[in-house]
Design a protein around this ligand. Sequence first.
Ligand SMILES: N[C@@H](CCC(=O)N[C@@H](CS)C(=O)NCC(=O)O)C(=O)O
Length: 312
Amino acid sequence: MSSASARRSRGGFVRQDSGFRDWVTADGNSGYVAEPGRYHLYVSLACPWAHRTLVVRELKGLQDAVGVSIVDPIRDERGWAFRDVPGATVDALHGWSHLSQAYVATEPGYDGRISVPVLWDTQAGRIVNNESADIIVMLNEAFDAFAAHPEVDLYPTDLRDEIDELNRVIYETVNNGVYRAGFAGSQEAYDEAVHPLFDTLDALDERLASRRFLLGARRTLADWRLFTTLVRFDPVYVGHFKCNLRRIVDYTHLPAYLRDLYQTPGVAQTVDMDHIKHHYYATHPAINPSGIVPAGPLVDFDAPHGREALGW
Ligand SMILES: N[C@@H](CCC(=O)N[C@@H](CS)C(=O)NCC(=O)O)C(=O)O
């Protein structure tokens, strides 16, 4: 039995692998050449994986080069939909009502998961990639010729090994760990997720005592991948997903680190707490049958963070 099916049989949540993994490159040797206006992102502002792509698009200054459509945060049995609700958009490119139409247009008869983010190629009329971990690397490196901030490098060659290793642990125990705790179908599966989650948060808090960012002085993809989980943690994961051994605000260094990232120019506007809270609390009836969205907590991500002095 694979470890995924062993975990599933014990009531564990297992995330399905993303189906489309083609690659956009600057020179087009992959079959997909980076060009301004050619590629489009379909995202949910609620989704931590999609949120990563919006942050990198902002930091690289790709707003004019790569368009964005935003789904309704409420997902029903037909999946993600385009509706005229606050903070969302219609699908201006095709007039689609549902994101499933992008998947079927790419692969007729597609019956897998309909997930965000999606990187859409307007020229080929198909999904290039629906894995956020790939999309953020492409946005970082393939589009520099027409990025407003090509000097921003979030995945520097000299730090890649360390970034990859941190990403591996943070993905397993934190980014996906909160989902494994929240969607656990047994006490055992919950216990197996929640303790490693807090072990990693404890270790990260210590790491950030002497480093301004995870890798030191530079903000990298490792920080932004962690950021989209941390910003949702106290408002959603503590209550909705039962990740409540500690809150982020109870830590020594994580709260100021989180505010530092939030206050990075361009980032705050990618955070939509209404979409985030409404999506989670109203979309998972199995864990929140009433669909009631809690009022709090009150978190002030704009408060001073005081971490400028931590050069390294
Ligand atoms: N590995 C994917 C995961 C994306 C993902 O799971 N997105 C969620 C929203 S947070 C989704 O669209 N889920 C819909 C579904 O599973 O049906 C990535 O990082 O891009």
